[in-house]
Ligand binder design. Structure first.
Ligand code: GCU
Length: 669
């Protein structure tokens, strides 16, 4: 039965005619296996070709004649050595796929300067086969655009995954380091197939114990499993660990004893994990300890850890997600306020990790104003792959378009085109992975892990193309399957925006767990944990005024962007209520007044889910029954909940606007 365990690496048999054609073209395989990484590449190739083509490839030490598929580096393979120069420009992780003739042989090369590049190239070649791509004239030069491509696991040591909807943590701390669950290897394979090169094992709301020797031994065992796949292990560090673990009285970053403690801790880690990636830190945010507890700045805090890691080549990924103090006028402004002025104050091995938008992983946010605003500081994107605010794992929401929209946003930094993607040294994704058989809690949520990884490698790719690859690999390369699935996926994010938070509304989910509607949420300890704080609806209108007449958050953007967002005639309608408080009868592009448009958007979200259901129903028989049935059931849940979102939201806003439902809109039951 298809249970989803194999992700996009199913290697299901191809159409026999296509398979036979590939088999001839690939011929014999020459693949060195001197190192664990080269062995992983060869094993993956064998596994992939055996599944796709129906027979195991013939592995040779030397190629005899005819067609040959050659894997390797100039050092490990005499067949690759002549191409050394062509590989120069591809860097350490890049690779070349090339169809060529040499010495009377027809060769297909999977070549790189490094072993890991060979593994990446092998996965790329397999993807071409999985998607039924022609191999004649093949020439692919690939190199990652972004250096740090990292998954952040919000996994606690007790196995609970914060904001995780796919079961428990993959990491079996209880049985590590002795037992290395084979699933760890499959996790590494899946990530390597995308080029992900780092994993933060534990939650940003970190337990200091993660840095205790017994847990370091366990992390080291995982690092051993991941190493051949090019994946470095990182840990979230609790800023107060010198107190909790070290017995010090303070964690003040300027205290010499604290500095010594972190240096010793780094030495201890690198003894066990020589290629340890570094620390991820959430400080002075949502109650976490940090340098501000001692009157120091974020730069003082980050530099403390950076200095401890620098001799070993590690980095500090310091998070900019802060809104810790008394309720600011506008939570959306706080990260910029605290960090923009620190540009240039960080050590070179600090990377600032910034969420995609200024609030918190909403179905739609404008890009975060820190992108483009800190030219002297390496920045790292933080996306959330797990769908905390987007219906958990049951709603089908393909996040590719969300990621793409943010990455392609033009910051206008320096007064010229400068996209968010161009500003990045790293991309992190909060993982949606757990012990669920599907890994991600649903079949379609695998696509979000997939799209994240592909975009981390090259943030300028199209989310549609990525969806097409994923659908072909996961379900079938038959265009009659791929096309409708891609259509569903590409519409799904906008559908969710429509039935949850249309027109720039945000943070209207139920309190705490964030599942289901809660636009009425009010009261409690903090204004910015309510919904009314964000939508500001009253008898006259709705929306958060972030222009000069309101919080003036717009000034945190470059002047041209600020001018566009601040101008009611220019702001994109999709962000209208993010930046403006407007009357209920404000005229919209459709010609309808805002109130009617809002209700219409809620309803169209529901219809879009119905359309996804119809498409999926039409694929019955083309997709295996097991997966078809589960997706259909989840879509049924999604439809019910889209209706719930619409009915609850419209009823609530109507209680405030006092306006009648527009013609054609059925009253909520
Ligand atoms: C969100 C999320 C928290 C998480 C926080 C963070 O607020 O709800 O669970 O800890 O983001 O990113 O630090």
């Amino acid at each position: 039965a298809e249970d989803g365990y194999n992700l996009w690496l199913r290697y299901a048999p191809l159409d026999p005619v296509l398979a036979a054609d590939y088999a001839t073209q690939l011929g014999e395989v020459v693949a060195p296996d001197q190192t664990p990484t080269l062995r992983a590449a060869r094993d993956e190739l064998v596994r992939g070709l055996t599944g796709l083509l129906g027979t195991a490839p013939r592995i040779q030490n030397e190629s005899s004649a005819g067609h040959v598929l050659a894997l390797g580096t100039p050092q490990s393979s005499a067949l690759i050595a002549p191409f050394r120069e062509e590989l120069e420009s591809l860097g350490e992780e890049g690779y070349l796929l090339k169809r060529t003739r040499r010495d009377g042989r027809d060769m297909l090369l999977v070549a790189s300067r490094s072993d890991i590049g060979v593994l990446y190239g092998t996965f790329h070649l397999l993807r071409l086969l999985q998607t039924g791509t022609a191999l004649d004239e093949l020439t692919v030069h690939e190199a990652p655009r972004v250096r740090l491509r990292v998954l952040d696991h919000w996994d606690n040591l007790d196995g609970y995954v914060e904001r995780g909807y796919a079961g428990r943590s993959l990491w079996e701390w209880q049985t590590l380091p002795e037992w290395r669950d084979p699933r760890y290897t499959d996790y590494a394979r899946a990530n390597a197939s995308l080029g992900i090169n780092g994993t933060v094992l534990n939650n940003v709301n970190a337990n200091a114990q993660s840095l205790a020797p017994q847990y370091l031994d366990k992390a080291a065992a995982l690092a051993d499993v991941f190493r051949p796949y090019g994946i470095r292990v990182y840990l979230s560090a609790r800023f107060s660990a010198p107190i909790e673990l070290g017995g010090l009285k303070t964690a003040d970053p300027l205290d010499p004893a604290v500095q010594q403690w972190w240096r010793d801790k780094a030495d201890e880690i690198y003894q066990r994990i020589p290629d340890f990636g570094g620390f991820l830190v959430k400080a002075n945010s949502e109650g976490q300890p940090g340098p501000q507890d001692y009157g120091r700045s974020h730069a003082d805090g980050a530099n403390l850890l950076a200095d401890a890691l620098a001799p070993h080549g590690g980095v500090v990924m310091w998070r900019a997600f802060v809104y810790a103090h008394d309720v600011a006028d506008d939570r959306a402004t706080q990260a910029y306020t605290e960090f923009a002025g620190l540009d240039g104050a960080f050590r070179p091995n600090v990377v600032l990790q910034v969420k995609n938008g200024p609030i918190d992983f909403q179905p739609r946010e404008p890009f975060h104003p820190l992108f483009g605003a800190m030219p002297r500081t390496p920045l790292m994107m933080e996306f959330q792959i797990t769908k905390e605010y987007l219906g958990f794992a049951t709603h089908l929401v393909y996040l590719g378009p969300l990621f793409e929209e943010v990455l392609q946003a033009d910051t206008r930094a320096g007064g010229k085109r400068f996209t968010v993607a161009q500003s990045l040294s790293g991309i992190a994704g909060v993982a949606n992975i757990g012990t669920d058989r599907t890994w991600s809690g649903s079949h379609f949520d695998q696509a979000n892990w997939y799209a994240f990884g592909r975009l981390a490698w090259n943030p300028d790719q199209s989310s549609r193309d990525i969806a097409a690859d994923w659908a072909a690999m996961t379900f079938s390369p038959d265009p009659a399957v791929v096309q409708p699935i891609v259509g569903m996926m590409m519409a799904s994010r906008e559908a969710t925006v429509n039935y949850m938070t249309p027109l720039g509304l945000h943070h209207l989910m139920a309190r705490g767990h964030h599942y289901g509607p809660g636009p009425w949420v009010d009261g409690g300890p903090r204004a910015d944990w309510t919904s009314v704080y964000y939508h500001r609806a009253d008898r006259n209108g709705i929306g958060f005024d972030r222009t000069a007449t309101g919080s003036n958050a717009v000034v945190q953007y470059a002047p041209e962007v600020a001018a566009t967002y601040a101008d009611l005639t220019q702001v994109p309608e999709a962000l209208l209520l993010w930046f403006h408080h407007v009357p209920w009868d404000h005229g919209m592009a459709s010609g309808r007044p805002l109130w009617d448009e809002l209700v219409g958007r809620y309803s169209s979200g529901v219809r879009q889910v119905q359309a996804m259901q119809d498409t999926w129903a039409s694929l019955r028989g083309r997709v295996d029954a097991d997966r078809h049935e589960q997706v259909a059931a989840f879509l049924q849940i999604q439809l019910r909940e889209a209706q719930w979102w619409r009915d609850a939201s419209v009823a609530y806003f109507q209680s405030i606007s006092g306006r009648p439902l527009p013609a054609g809109e059925a009253p909520p039951p």
